[in-house]
Ligand binder design. Structure first.
Ligand SMILES: C[S@@+](CC[C@H](N)C(=O)[O-])C[C@H]1O[C@@H](n2cnc3c(N)ncnc32)[C@H](O)[C@@H]1O
Length: 236
């Protein structure tokens, strides 16, 4: 486990838990992932260390495919260049997992090459895409039934569909962040790419966003009250 910079907190068994930088378990709560995924096929797009792929397998999914691009490629990904595939491979071995893994960019997702999946997980990836609507179209093309999407959002108090654009390092000093849609834009984009029902399963309360913005202003990179995270389920 040493030498790996973990994004996900993964219980590898025998008392070994990876020291992930992200809030893996909080995110899992937001997602409302079905308790049982028995007989379902699952695609985890932008899987990184693979926590959500392994969790889908643990919940009984028949087939799980994990895909990623930047974090699994050289040079290492992220503002400090710490994203690699080493964590996924190590956890895969430790868990004796049958999750399949392929290096595929979102824009190269294609039903002709990977098939379609009952459930697609698209978590923490949308805002990293320079072309988010095109990316969503590609994601929809490999989804036969349900999508679970988790993302950064912005302009939350604006009553019209809109997306904030982050040129350079304008969001949290990370030049891999491009866009922050608001809820209305997200829902409209999902319908545009072919989902007929969209249900918001997690959004941060306004008072929480304002309290966090004030706290962050004193301590770290600026995070505005208009910004937050959300999770949605969408069906074809
Ligand atoms: C913030 S991490 C989210 C990881 C995981 N899905 C989660 O929610 O915990 C973003 C991931 O998206 C991947 N990613 C970013 N742009 C991508 C693209 N164009 N195609 C495939 N993966 C991409 C990164 O490599 C990274 O693994």
């Amino acid at each position: 486990m040493e030498g790996v910079e973990w994004f996900h907190t993964i219980d590898l068994g025998d008392g070994l838990v990876t020291p992930g930088k992200d809030e893996t378990f909080r995110k899992l709560e937001w997602l409302a992932l079905p308790e049982s995924l028995e007989s379902r096929s699952v695609l985890d797009v932008g899987a990184w260390d693979g926590f959500f792929s392994f969790e889908a397998e643990r919940r009984g999914a028949e087939r799980v495919l994990a895909t990623d691009s930047f974090a699994w490629e050289e040079p290492a990904w992220g503002p400090k260049g710490w994203g690699t595939r080493a964590g996924f491979d190590l956890a895969h071995r430790a868990l004796k997992s049958k999750v399949e893994a392929r290096g595929i960019d979102v824009l190269d997702l294609d039903p002709e090459t990977i098939g379609t999946f009952d459930l697609v997980l698209f978590l923490g990836v949308l805002y990293h895409l320079p072309h988010p609507l095109l990316g969503l179209e590609k994601v929809a093309s490999v989804c036969s039934n349900q999508l679970i999407l988790e993302t950064h959002v912005d302009l939350l108090d604006l009553g019209r569909p809109a997306m904030a654009f982050y040129p350079g390092e304008a969001l949290a000093g990370d030049d891999s962040n491009w866009w922050g849609p608001n809820m209305k834009a997200l829902e409209a984009m999902l319908r545009y790419v072919g989902f007929t029902r969209v249900e918001v399963v997690h959004r941060e309360a306004r008072r929480y966003r304002f309290a966090r913005a004030a706290y962050r202003r004193m301590r770290g990179p600026r995070f505005r009250a208009q910004q937050g995270r959300c999770a949605v389920h969408a069906w074809k």
